[in-house]
Design a protein around this ligand. Sequence first.
Ligand SMILES: [Ca+2]
Ligand SMILES: [Ca+2]
Length: 357
Amino acid sequence: MKKRPRTTLRLRVAAAVAAAAGLMCTALAALPASAATDCHRTPSGVAAPRVLPEPGDTGAAGAGATYFWMRPQQGHTGPGDAPRTTTPRVTSALFDDFNYTGNDDSRITEHGWTLKSGSSGPGNLAATWAPENITFASQDGNSIMNLETNTDGTYEGTHESEIFHKRKFKNGTYAARVRFSDAPRTGPDGDQVVQTFFTITPLAYDNDPNYGELDFEYRPNGGWGEGGSILSTTSWETYQSYPWQPVYTHTDSRGSYAGWHDLMITVDDTTIRYYVDGRLFATHGEPYLPETPMSIHFNQWMIDGGLAAVTGPRAYDEKVDYVYFAKDQVLTPDQVRAQVASYRSRGVHFEDSVPNP
Ligand SMILES: [Ca+2]
Ligand SMILES: [Ca+2]
């Protein structure tokens, strides 16, 4: 039986916002399981304000954060040796440099990806997930994926984007280079968009302990009770749809994260660690460790209730350079960089040797 520390406060505060979220989830109950699950993809995406960080939560990029230093691997450092970078042998990995010709490139699905379509959560159900909003372009010879979310100011006129891989990832090292943006590429600013890199497991039933979700979520225009830019890392144990009772912990950093960032999550049998640009951002533990294989996702979407009171169409971009996963190995940020550099030096744009569970 897993310990469930610090959930009481969360549950109590979450209960205050249960009604609205529960109503939405109830409305989705008739949808196929996948759609219903997606409704709760980011349970925090049902317009529930976040609970403030609790005492004991790891401080984010501010005070309390720990800078990362390279550590020698066991067996590679003798007495008196200075720490040095090692290149571990990674036996099962996913790497994708997103080197595709367009969203109709057949290799995208051949490589295990799905471009989300139709109408489902998170967010307002009148909005549409638009595969055509995912595009690819070369930048200095390197292919970059763009996930666009645009709106005309109505949810019916809102088009969001999401790409996700197969459900086969659990312990190991997840990494992606992602470009967040604080303002729309075109049009007036102010909408509460969410720009993400996350992993998730379907919820089989309410309070299913085998649910898992690990999130990087950037909200450039606030939302969920926040008025300004904030980057959140959130680890989920499970949740209940109605009344809405999430069981999660999170670590946040307020301020702008516009621009390119190296995002990384490591998971072993005891600890989840989030890194931003090689710097430790958050450390979470039980009961939030994933129990079952998860899928890897990137999406950008509009918080329900977060449309700005401005006039005219606008479009927001989230860009992704690459994604990397090393199965069952906790790598350092430098080791991830070395792995990516190795792929590129060999001209490899894609590899997937991660077995299906
Ligand atoms: Ca769980
Ligand atoms: Ca790339």
